[in-house]
Design a protein around this ligand. Sequence first.
Ligand code: ZN
Length: 133
Amino acid sequence: MNKIEHIGIAVANLAEAEARYEMLLNTKAYKREEVLSENVITSFLMIGETKIELIAATSPESTIAKYIEKKGEGMHHIAYAVEDIHQEVKRMIEQGFQPISKEPKKGADNKWVYFFHPKSANGVLVELCQEIA
Ligand code: ZN
């Protein structure tokens, strides 16, 4: 684990959340990206070395839509940057963390991503991400 790469926040309305977080962080969102496989659209803001990823559903089938329906908007996950995602996944599974993903897959922002269940990390969904070389 190298650092916190980003914090993911589930939002109902991307444009509104983007405007609010631009005010909060006093910086412009620098990228919007749709992740078709997850039925989400994301928007990124940079704060120091860490990013804030705003995530909105593009379909009622999206896990983000279900999350908001159940829990409302809010912090969805913490993403940790790793150098070797396969090795970190193996290490964490060996230590008893409960995987959600089967294999690392392509997420937003040119990353391989892999998720661990919030139950195994005191209620916070864990994302590992590795820059796609
Ligand atoms: Zn993320």
